[in-house]
Design a protein around this ligand. Structure first.
Ligand code: CMC
Length: 431
């Protein structure tokens, strides 16, 4: 728990209330208002949680002004360059980088759980053929609670561990099958001699009629996209998972809630929206028109892939993603990709524009990820499922941390009620 040497004084109607101030290991101090309502009979008001810490956590730290992202203290750029997704998953889940033996054991546990219960095939087939893969994922992940009863008791640490491994292991299979169903191809079963990213690529792109050889550069790029999306502290979907699980709901239901929240265009859906926007812009000469629209208060249009609630500087993930985009497009021989040209020029113009400078709007992780995924052959509808697959480990790490906390209680925000006060019912003939 954070240090509490300081305090803050709140004065209401001339009466003072001393509030403890918690000092974290990094980041701004936090005023502890947990006893405020009991003492002063007031609530605090913070829609969108712009100034409210909803929990304490040891997993991920972001310094939005510096553009810094740390997982368990390790900078994301070092992890993206030197580590790989399953090692980062271990770090997020258990708090330290694994030894070689621990990593081997963890990878083998994840690998042993990649298959889905065969009856789940029927579940996929029940969806309309044109269902968005995110719609399928929300349903199928939630349905896991109907298939894996032996890992839904959240009071049992062993069951929590099994559920965690199952979710991390099965998410690529679920996402790949949602895609295969969407395009009318047969489901491809996981192949456990492949690494996590290669296995996912094979399940998405191989067909029974042909051998599929995974390109190691694409597999590395895929793994890096997973790593960059693995966790991002208390964002909307993670907070959704925490709130859902605070009621004691089972892990599969909670992660399904996270998938649902991630889908929105202000969050995980931004990568799809960003590529669609870049395509709509189409050519460099049309950029000024879209910049003007983004600045126009009367136009709801926003530059997708720009801006962030926490980062008021470059999103450190965007820097790595941009470098990856160059490598992948170079490998695929599409370095003159018109969408990439539009993206680079849009970024340059926006970063020089006073509106974006003043509001500290910088490219976020989604600005370049769509270009890479598109070049790899994924349709835009698969961008957010890939984000969900990767973020699952973050959701689970935060969920495990919360459940293991003896102070855990149900999340129950209060409100500033501005509706009618009590009034008498009026019979229909008198209205
Ligand atoms: N284009 C144009 N103007 C913008 C943009 C943008 N992308 N983002 C924010 N602004 C303006 C906004 O109009 C507002 O102006 P004003 O102060 O004059 O009213 C100001 O900047 C602050 O915006 P806000 O909506 O109050 O900021 P927020 O912290 O609530 O929203 C955001 C953050 C990410 C939802 C927002 O920047 C946005 O909608 N960006 C586009 C969507 C996007 O790329 N989302 C992915 C986020 S990163 C991946 C993830 O975490 O899921």
């Amino acid at each position: 728990m954070a240090d509490t040497k300081k305090s803050a004084t709140l004065t209401i109607d001339g009466k003072n209330y001393e509030l403890p101030v918690l000092s974290p290991t990094a980041g701004p101090d936090v005023i502890d208002i947990r006893k405020l309502y009991a003492q002063a009979d007031v609530f605090t008001y913070d829609p969108g949680f712009t100034s409210t810490a909803s929990c304490d956590s040891t997993i991920t730290f972001i310094d939005g002004d510096k553009g810094e992202l740390l997982h368990r203290g390790y900078p994301i750029d070092q992890l993206a360059e030197k580590s790989h997704f399953l090692e980062v998953a271990y770090l997020l889940l258990y708090g330290e980088l694994p030894s070689a033996d621990q990593l081997e054991d963890f990878e083998s546990r994840v690998t042993m759980h990649t298959m889905l219960h065969e009856q789940m095939v029927n579940f996929f087939r029940g969806f309309r053929r044109d269902a968005h893969p995110m719609a399928v994922m929300v349903g199928v992940v939630g349905a896991m609670s109907a298939f894996y009863h032996d890992s839904t008791d959240i009071s049992d640490p062993w069951q929590r561990e099994v559920a965690s491994i199952r979710l991390i292991a099965k998410m690529p299979t679920i996402a790949a099958w949602a895609y295969k169903y969407h395009i009318g191809q047969p489901f491809v079963y996981p192949k456990n001699d492949l690494d996590y990213a290669s296995n996912f690529l094979r399940m998405c792109f191989s067909v029974p009629a042909e051998e599929y050889v995974v390109n190691p550069i694409l597999s590395r790029a895929m793994d890096r996209i997973f790593t960059l999306h693995a966790d991002h502290e208390q964002n909307a979907s993670t907070s959704t998972v925490r709130l859902a699980s605070s009621s004691g709901a089972n892990p599969f239901a909670c992660i399904a809630a996270g998938v649902a929240c991630l889908w929105g265009p202000a969050h995980g859906g931004a990568n799809q929206a960003c590529l669609e926007m870049l395509r709509e812009i189409g050519s460099v000469d049309r950029i000024p028109e879209f910049i003007e629209r983004a600045k126009d208060k009367n136009d709801p249009f926003r530059l997708m892939g720009f801006g962030h609630r926490v980062y008021k500087n470059f999103d450190p993930r965007a820097k790595v993603m941009k470098q990856s985009a160059d490598e992948v497009l170079d490998l695929l021989g599409v370095e003159n990709n018109p969408t990439l040209q539009v993206a680079k020029e849009l970024e340059r113009i926006a970063l020089e524009d006073p509106y974006f400078k003043e509001k500290k709007l910088y490219p976020n992780v989604d600005f370049y990820s769509g270009i890479i995924l598109d070049a790899m052959g994924f349709p835009t509808s698969m961008f957010t499922p890939i984000f969900a697959l990767a973020r699952t480990v973050g959701w689970i790490s935060q969920w495990k941390e919360m459940i293991a906390d003896p102070q855990m209680k149900i999340g129950r925000p209060r409100q500033l009620y501005v509706g009618e006060t009590a009034r008498d019912y009026v019979d229909v003939e008198d209205r």
